[in-house]
Design a protein around this ligand. Sequence first.
Ligand code: ADP
Ligand code: MG
Ligand code: MG
Length: 252
Amino acid sequence: MSVLDIKDLRVSIETEQGKKEILRGVDLTINSDEIHAVMGPNGSGKSTLAYTIAGHPRYEVDGGSITLDGEDVLEMSVDERARAGLFLAMQYPVEIPGVTVSNFLRTAKTAIDGEAPRVRQWIGDVRGAMEKLRMDPSFGERNVNEGFSGGEKKRHEILQMELLRPRFAVLDETDSGLDVDALRVVSEGVNRIKGETGLGVLLITHYTRILRYIEPDHVHVFVNGRVAEQGGPELAHRLEEEGYDRYLKAGV
Ligand code: ADP
Ligand code: MG
Ligand code: MG
């Protein structure tokens, strides 16, 4: 079993108006085979948490720690984080002109394993993974993220997880424009991979919609850079009915 442990995490960014504190002491512990939902109003710092775990240089860590099985994640390069078993959906959001999905996946697999996969085995694995996701094989020949719809981006993320087999996945569901079909693909994929490999998931979302398909074990409500409340799946159901007003009014 693995543990991703976030303790008293404080993060700021440099803006034109000076330093801006965004995360103000976040504690979160995720074990293998658990799904944690981080929910909260816009601007509460959810994506900042994701970018910080990903190692985005814009986000400065002022205090606290992130460890993976005791190893200091904050000391790792972005590549080392991937090799350690962290999968970060927003690590690859950009278009990569001239790089096909097939080549991208093979390069990522090689970087993570430290050696290139055997060609025959790999071709079979990719084909199998695409079939599970009901993707047309021609998808492999498209350039990464170039003209991808929201649903295709999500399918591509799940395809990566399927083939790279991370220990923890951080999924920032910023794309609220997902149709029901794309939601199903994401949630079926996450649930299946979790069942097969004991993946731990940090699912970040403003909306409760995806939580109808992926039942979280733990829900953390983020307000103003802190966890304002924690609970089980019932908390997501309550938020679906009540929204975030009560937290905003309380001025947490
Ligand atoms: P959420 O994902 O919960 O909507 P974010 O983490 O995106 O929240 O943003 C938290 C706060 O930090 C917001 O006030 C946002 O404007 C600010 N912020 C985040 N990233 C940047 C950035 N790169 N430049 C300027 N402000 C940022
Ligand atoms: Mg936002
Ligand atoms: Mg966000």
